[in-house]
Design a protein around this ligand. Structure first.
Ligand code: ADP
Length: 161
């Protein structure tokens, strides 16, 4: 088991400054971090997995110790294949904690010994989610500070078509 390999999984459709904040803090805390982009449920996603990975790489270009990968299927299987068992998740409101506890309940049954570490969302990003930002941009609302610059540009481009 490689406890040095900490995995931060998510859809990242698209990556927000809330994610970037958590990734930076996670990488600083653990020394390195693997961001794992889930490619399931592609039908509901605005960005393709390749676009989501590319935007993450651009947003994290100046952050050291972070690698970005993609995976399909169960997180537990991805971890098993890597010999990893530590998962990082961010928690905004109480509802996030409940959902994360449920994820952990399943994941730790699929992979005994799996541990989920929660970090609280940065204060400025407590209400930032990929879905609310997409909704905002879809209607021409462009609040500053919520998205890495390449993501803001790409979202404007998507919705101008
Ligand atoms: P998922 O669909 O798996 O929840 P997301 O891409 O929405 O994937 O989120 C990935 C992770 O990032 C989750 O742990 C989520 O709680 C966390 N997260 C999302 N938005 C923020 C934010 N604004 N601040 C901190 N963590 C966040």
């Amino acid at each position: 088991m490689n406890d040095k390999l900490v995995v931060f999984p998510g859809s990242f459709d698209p990556v927000t400054q809330g994610h970037v904040d958590l990734i930076k803090r996670g990488a600083a805390l653990f020394g390195s971090l693997t961001v794992a982009v889930l490619v399931n449920n592609q039908k509901n996603a605005l960005f393709t997995p390749a676009e989501r990975v590319e935007l993450l790489r651009k947003a994290l270009a100046d952050v050291s110790g972070v690698t970005v990968e993609q995976f399909d299927g169960l997180l537990a299987d991805f971890l098993k294949a890597r010999g990893a068992r530590v998962v990082l998740r961010g928690v905004r409101a109480a509802a996030d904690l409940e959902a994360e506890n449920r994820n952990h309940w399943y994941n730790s049954r699929l992979l005994p010994g799996l541990e989920t570490v929660y970090l609280p969302a940065g204060e400025e990003y407590a209400y930032v989610s990929s879905s609310s930002v997409k909704e905002l941009y879809a209607h021409g609302g462009h609040l500053p500070g919520l998205l890495p610059e390449p993501v803001a540009e790409k979202l404007k481009e998507k919705f101008s078509k």
